[in-house]
Ligand binder design. Structure first.
Ligand code: GLC
Length: 755
């Protein structure tokens, strides 16, 4: 072994440097508290209330700063933050005014909706959840943070962690689906990607976990509708991803628009003060959702801006997004004794602490560096991750007869790519409404690699003859409008039909009353079906949809979701087998809207229907109770077999870890990735418990013929539930454990938790 001599002087310098760095960071944290207090004592009441006000930027006001009164409002100490502002130069101008032309020079913080990428667009969040690959989700948000921070954004309004069980709601595309455990892991990964380990670094951004809480349970899936639920459902289904985000260090939270059991979330003391700030001891900054403070008046839960200000501030909410409610009513609320100066100061402290933690007081232009701006946005390597993510999120629902992948040397020669989404260039198709970093409606659609644009050359390279025929997409389309596409299909050996939803129809304010393929696309499928050709249906969707006829009659179905900039390349990679699909559904796909809400972690009822048609059981006369495709489901071009399910013991004492192991074998001929899922069922608790609850998953790579052992370790908390004494507790008794590649096809074991 070689001995290296380090001169004492070098060693000494190294020690001094490392000590000062750590000390500097430490003091900077302690320093923040004393700097906040020092600043607070200098502030007037108007300056304090101004720090609780967020105004909207150019996405809504346009980019001409001279036109709107943003600059005047900033000079008048009325602006703490600006959201949805794309123009980089204008952000520099506004920051200069805030820092140099106001009495205390408190810097602005810029917020933006970065939902699935900022300038490079990735698959929608629901698609990313379908990858079950947390490392990938983190890498995506790391890139989003690099781009957003380089463009002057310090704060992103994400992750959205609302559990959603109703596909009618357009915002299920923003979340991670129906399960709280998966939703928690995805939320944590997003926060890690956004915030990194130093919020003051110029390439990290503050997360904003939203929408606190319960928004995903709006009645009838109708946007902004009423939310009413038991404490059980709130505690076990809705809150876990929020608590995981709080524990992961999310710098901020956002209120939900909706009421929870009658109380608007923005003024919901139980949610904010008792649970978030109390039980979870989270003391970050809370921003309203777009005028949700003012909407408490419309809800009928506040009389006017004064009343609304008093109720929202005293519940523990801090910053007023866009509504101007605090500007209009908070001083009056103080004068009327509805709030105290101490309460206002506490909210202002949280805002100032937030800005200090971003490093904005040390350098207000840290995120407004022209060189970094010019060299960071849309780096080519970002697209590599976007392509990987899009391919990994696609879910193969059917592949009868092994029609896919389409490889060289196939018996097929001619392929027709048809349908309204074969090669669309508009409506933010393959993206979503939540890509406002590209622009609200006008954007450069050439940045999107369209399906046929990549698929045609990729298939031609494999020796196929390929035609592309787009079809019309509105409910007035008739059979003759499809004639060209049907003729192209008639002349082909294989048809790839691309259907689904418009990108612009995905996201907020996009609830639907039907889950059928919109604008009569099933008519196109039915006409195509008459040809009895080998057909692949590619679905571009933002939510679970209903396609019962296709499920019965089309041999191969691939859920592509809205895949983002690299749509075409990812689709080509999957359909040609360059990437073996590994996506698994994060949300149940129903047979019909009539089944909704339908989700895997349901209660058993006292009369479960085990077979369609059984009477006096919990079922329907006209439909089986099973879904079209269950939670956690997704096929591969290879096959996996599960064996050797073992528990470390059959009886455990409270507090002991339950070890569950299984062997997974790639019994097919191609390498692939499998998400191994672990569920439990509490057979005899003090209250009814779900028939399955996801408690762990692991995505593993397996070569053809390879086997791998996977072990899950379940803690007492994993076996606990929110009981009648209003606390998490595990009941002694029998449990089942299930392990498999989806929530239905599982191996089953049993153990007992001893008293
Ligand atoms: C919207 C959304 C919220 C978003 C905010 C800012 O209405 O509900 O998720 O972050 O306003 O755009």
């Amino acid at each position: 072994m070689t001995k290296i001599i380090v001169p004492r002087s070098i060693l000494l310098i190294f020690l001094i440097l490392s000590f000062t760095t750590v000390f500097a960071q430490k003091t900077s944290v302690k320093n923040i508290e004393s700097r906040v207090e020092t600043l607070l004592t200098k502030m007037t009441l108007d300056e304090k209330i101004g720090q609780l006000n967020q105004v909207v930027g150019d996405i809504s006001t346009g980019t001409d700063l001279a036109k709107d009164d943003l600059i005047a409002q900033i000079r008048a100490n009325k602006v703490s933050s600006v959201l949805s502002h794309v123009n980089f130069e204008n952000k520099i101008t506004m920051q200069r005014v805030a820092v140099n032309e106001t009495r205390l020079g408190i810097p602005l913080v810029f917020g933006f909706d970065v939902i699935h990428g900022y300038k490079t667009i990735f698959p929608i969040p629901l698609a990313q959840a379908a990858s079950w690959d947390m490392g990938l989700v983190e890498r995506i948000e790391r890139i989003a943070a690099e781009e957003a921070s380089a463009d002057g954004q310090n704060w992103v309004f994400a992750p959205m962690v609302d559990v959603g069980r109703d596909p009618r709601w357009g915002r299920v595309m923003e979340g991670a689906g129906e399960d709280p455990y998966l939703g928690s892991r995805v939320g944590e990964a997003r926060i890690r990607g956004f915030q990194g380990d130093d919020l003051s670094a110029n390439n990290t951004v503050a997360a904003c976990t939203k929408h606190f809480a319960g928004y995903g349970f709006i009645e009838a899936g109708r946007e902004y509708n009423t939310v009413d639920m038991s404490d059980q459902r709130l505690r076990e289904i809705v809150l876990p991803p929020f608590q995981a985000a709080a524990n992961a260090g999310s710098a901020t939270f956002m209120n939900a628009f909706t009421t929870l059991n009658g109380v608007p979330a923005s003024m919901n003391k139980n949610l904010i003060t008792n649970i978030l700030r109390g039980e979870w001891a989270w003391n970050g900054m809370i921003v309203s959702d777009w005028n949700s403070f003012g909407e408490t008046i419309i809800h009928g839960a506040a009389e006017d801006e004064t009343d609304a200000s008093a109720k929202c501030l005293s519940a523990g909410s801090d910053m007023d997004m866009v509504g101007g409610t605090f500007q209009k009513g908070l001083k009056k609320a103080l004068e009327a004794g509805r709030v105290t100066q101490a309460q206002i100061d506490e909210a202002v402290r949280r805002v100032l602490r937030f800005k200090f933690s971003l490093g904005l007081f040390d350098d207000p232009f840290r995120y407004l560096n022209q060189k970094r701006h010019d060299t960071t946005l849309e780096k080519p390597e970002y697209r590599v991750v976007a392509r990987e993510a899009a391919a990994k999120s696609m879910v193969l629902l059917k592949n009868d007869g092994g029609l896919l992948p389409l490889t060289a040397g196939s018996r097929f020669k001619k392929i027709a790519i048809i349908g309204p989404y074969a090669d669309s260039k508009g409506n933010k198709d393959y993206l979503s409404f939540w890509t406002i970093g590209l622009g609200m409606r006008e954007y450069d659609s050439t940045k999107v690699v369209r399906p046929a644009q990549a698929l045609k050359p990729a298939l031609e390279k494999l020796g196929y003859e390929v035609t592309v025929t787009e079809t019309c997409l509105d409910s007035t389309c008739t059979e003759k409008d499809y004639a060209a596409a049907i003729n192209a299909a008639r002349a082909a050996d294989v048809v790839i039909v691309c259907v689904g939803e418009r990108g612009f129809d995905c996201g907020e304010s996009r609830s639907v009353s039907s889950l059928e393929l919109p604008r009569k696309q099933d008519q196109l499928l039915n006409i195509l079906g008459r040809l009895k050709k080998p057909t692949v249906m590619v679905l571009f969707n933002s939510r679970p949809l209903v396609f019962e006829w296709a499920s019965q009659n089309i041999p191969a179905i691939l859920v592509a979701w809205q895949p983002g900039f690299e749509t075409g390349n990812a689709l080509a990679d999957v359909l040609t087998g360059k990437v073996n699909p590994s996506g698994k559904l994060p949300m149940t796909f129903p047979r019909s809207l009539g089944q909704v809400p339908i989700y895997y972690n349901h209660l058993n009822t006292g009369r479960p229907q085990t077979q369609y048609g059984q009477i006096f059981t919990s079922g329907y006369l006209d439909s089986p109770t099973s879904p079209a495709y269950p939670f956690g489901f997704g096929l591969s071009y290879t096959a996996y077999t599960y064996s050797n399910l073992k528990l470390s013991k059959t009886q455990y004492k409270m507090g002991e870890t339950v070890e569950v192991s299984v062997t997974v074998t790639n019994s097919g001929s191609l390498p692939g990735e499998e998400t191994v899922q672990c569920y439990t069922r509490d057979l005899a608790a003090d209250i009814a418990r779900p028939v399955k609850e996801l408690k762990g998953f692991e995505k593993i790579k397996l070569n053809a013929g390879e086997s791998r052992g996977v072990t899950f370790r379940l803690s007492e908390h994993d076996l606990s539930y929110w009981n009648n004494e209003l606390k998490w507790k595990a009941d002694p008794g029998k449990f089942k454990v299930f392990v498999g590649g989806n929530s239905v096809e599982v191996m089953e074991g049993e153990f007992e938790l001893a008293r």
